[in-house]
Design a protein around this ligand. Sequence first.
Ligand code: GUN
Length: 294
Amino acid sequence: MQLIDGKAVAAQIKKEIAQEVSEIIANGGKRPHLAAILVGHDGGSETYVAHKVKACEEVGFKSTLIRYENDVTEPELLQRVQQLNEDNDIDGFIVQLPLPKHISEQKVIEAIDYRKDVDGFHPVNVGRMSIGLPCFLSATPAGIVELLRRYEIPTKGKHCVVLGRSNIVGKPVATLMTQKTYPGDCTVTVCHSRSENLKEMCLQADIIIAALGVPEFLKGDMVKEGVVVIDVGTTRVPSTITKSGFKLTGDVKFDEVAPKASFITPVPGGVGPMTIVSLLRNTLLAGKKAIYNV
Ligand code: GUN
């Protein structure tokens, strides 16, 4: 069994991005600038956004954090999005999800100029991804395929089972794994909470991407020998051991599955760190106008 060290790969990619930023600056170019909008004080969102801002500093990007309280109105937020769309210094921006219930996430996502949508959530980017055109790939799926690429894991002709059908992970990663490219060329099965023969599907899988958000869902008796397992779960389970009072728990019962796996990602330290570098990469591409030339 080989552990897929997302933390180490992410550190390497950050170095590569930092190097490129130095070259851009040395050549008189503009420092990439990412803005993030954070609404409210959800613990998970606070942590993710803090990590994103810190990662920007590490690679030499400029970053701007814009905070609102939970009672911000939808028109106020949409107006801010419009301002960011028009701000020439901002190369890309994100609105951290989830948003309070009185705000339509879809409306906000669609208000973002797709050329600055470094989360890759706008329908233009999702649509372009699905037909294999250059676009901002959403961060978690992009991080997963980058891990498969850097570990040179064979994917052509393999059966990949995706657990979960979210717009952010399950659906886009399933799409990427079917693309006629490497990593890709898989036969993909998408299973979800309503799937009836989920265990049988998993037992047939060469690659399992678990993105259900159900802690330790995938057990040892649900996988075959040699399986490649990518664990996207990051549920905060209460813990008396850690200082923070919770423990990040994946969708895979690691102790049971790891002995049967050829490759497996840990939680934490697997997919999580890759998600942030995918966002950095998209911001770099946005700064260079490498995808949309305006
Ligand atoms: N909430 C959970 N994951 C994400 C993400 O990748 N981007 C944004 N904007 N919000 C999230």
